[in-house]
Every structure is written in structure tokens, then in C-alpha cells.
Design a protein. Structure first.
Length: 274
């Protein structure tokens, strides 16, 4: 099982998340009974860079309409809905946090995508799927909560079809000391498990995956944070703070500080099952 699974789930569980999201959408002028992936995009891609990072991963993979995709650590389902709505993919999402799964199912139903996107609660160290089940595995800001990365990448390799692809966004250790907390994935170091870049490469490749792309996105994150916020239009700002909590700006400032001080690096990885 995931190390300290209860601690990890507690970190991500807010209580009342669906009501918070629907209230924000209503305040912004949206019909919450008829949602779309585009309407939800500002608040449901729960990782650094939001929907823009998901699009970069999709561009790197070149998804096909008949791809079956596994979204590991799917959160509330934004990337899964994006892939289904944009490419016609069939997507299965899995996450440890029960509240995320419940919200993902409800939002997906309100988008009319329940036939192509499904969600279930589960552990990335013991995936409830058969061998060679998926064309692509997608993960975003996941590995930092996983101490046993060998088992995680071994499971990814197992469920991928031969020549299947992994695309992931991950933080790795920088060269200047430990990160400042809290961050998006941890309030303290207790549930934060970072590796130096070379060690991360090694654990991926020794578990049957060949790295095709290793793209630094750290400078992009820092540059994006330096831009002035866009002027607000309708009341009810939609952003990651809606889904991640009012303290999200504090956590994000720490992430940007860690990147600027080279305590963290942010990497987009594409790998292929050998």
C-alpha cells in the first residue's frame, strides 16, 4: 500500500468539496447541470501548470481516439475529461482520496462523459487491473507522495501494453537543501518522498521503461508565477484555489520559492514500456 495512506488521503480531503465547486461555478454564471470540460478546466487540473501542463503532456503523446488511458492519481478528473472530450479516448481514473473520486464521478456525469470516463478508488502500488491493459498511463504530481517508487513503476509497466507510453509530471530534488513546506502535496516532509533526478531516471528505467523525453519545466512555472494576475470578469473567480483550498496560494508560493532556490525541479517525462 501507499506509505502512510491515511495521512496522504487526509492531506487531500477537505469535506464539502463538491458543494464548494458547484457554488463557485454558479457564482461565475455557469449552469451546473450542463457542464463541459472547458468550463471546469480552470479548477479541475490539480497540478502545477493546470490545464496547460495537461495539454503539453497530450501533445507529447499524440493521443488517438482508440487509446485506453489510465490516469494515476486522477484527482477530481480534469485531465481524464479533457482527454475524452478532446481526443475521444476511453479513460480510467484511480485515486486514493475517496472525496476526489466522488467529485470526479459527479462532475463527469454533469459533463455527459460518464460513458467514456470512469473512476475508482485505489492504490497505485496495487493497481486493480490486469496485465497489458492500457495504451497510455498519465500521472501528474503523484510520485512525490510515493516512497516505494520501484513498486509504483513496476505496476505501471505491468498494466501498460507492450510499447505503451507513460507521461508524467513530477517534482524531483534540487541541489540546495530540503524544500520549504507546506507544498501542494505535503504540509511537512512526512509524506513527501523526493529523489534526485539521476535516481529518478534509474528507478524508472530499471522497472522496464525507456525514457524518451525528460523536459525541464521549472523555469516555466517560475515565469508564469511572475506574471500579474488577469483582470477578473464575472464575480466568482474560478481557479485551483476552489478545489485545493484557500491556502493554495501559500503552498504555490512555497513551490515557486523552492524552484527559484533550486530546492526542487519540475520535470515532464515521457517513457515507453520496453
Amino acid at each position: 500500500m501507499t506509505d502512510n495512506p491515511n495521512s496522504v488521503e487526509r492531506h487531500y480531503t477537505q469535506g464539502g468539496l463538491l458543494a464548494r465547486i458547484l457554488s463557485a461555478l454558479t457564482e461565475a454564471g455557469h449552469d451546473t447541470d450542463r457542464l463541459t470540460a472547458d468550463v471546469l478546466a480552470p479548477l479541475d487540473h490539480l497540478h502545477t501548470g493546470g490545464s496547460g501542463s495537461t495539454m503539453a503532456q497530450a501533445d507529447a503523446i499524440g493521443f488517438m481516439g482508440d487509446d485506453h488511458v489510465l490516469d494515476l492519481g486522477c484527482g477530481i478528473g480534469g485531465p481524464a475529461r479533457y482527454l475524452a472530450a478532446t481526443y475521444g479516448c476511453r479513460v480510467t481514473g484511480i485515486d486514493l482520496t475517496a472525496e476526489f473520486i466522488d467529485v470526479a464521478k459527479e462532475l463527469t456525469s454533469r459533463c455527459g462523459l460518464a460513458d467514456s470516463v470512469t473512476f475508482r478508488r485505489g492504490d497505485v502500488l496495487d493497481l486493480p487491473f490486469g496485465d497489458d491493459a492500457f495504451d497510455v498511463v498519465l500521472s501528474q504530481n503523484l510520485s512525490m507522495n510515493i516512497a516505494d517508487k520501484d513498486t509504483m513503476y513496476g505496476e505501471i509497466t505491468r498494466v501498460l501494453k507492450p510499447r505503451g507510453k507513460l507521461t508524467s509530471l513530477d517534482y524531483v530534488q534540487g541541489t540546495v537543501g530540503k524544500p520549504h513546506y507546506p507544498t501542494g502535496w505535503a504540509d511537512t516532509a512526512d509524506i513527501s518522498h523526493l529523489l534526485p533526478p539521476d535516481d529518478m531516471r534509474e528507478v524508472i528505467e530499471r522497472n522496464g521503461l525507456r525514457i524518451i523525453e525528460w523536459v525541464e519545466r521549472s523555469d516555466m512555472v517560475v515565469a508564469a508565477a511572475a506574471k500579474p494576475p488577469a483582470p477578473q470578469g464575472k464575480p466568482g473567480s474560478l481557479g485551483l484555489h476552489v478545489a485545493l483550498g484557500d491556502d493554495y496560494p501559500v503552498r504555490q508560493r512555497n513551490v515557486v520559492r523552492n524552484l527559484s532556490e533550486n530546492r526542487l525541479r519540475y520535470i515532464m517525462i515521457v517513457a515507453e514500456r520496453c
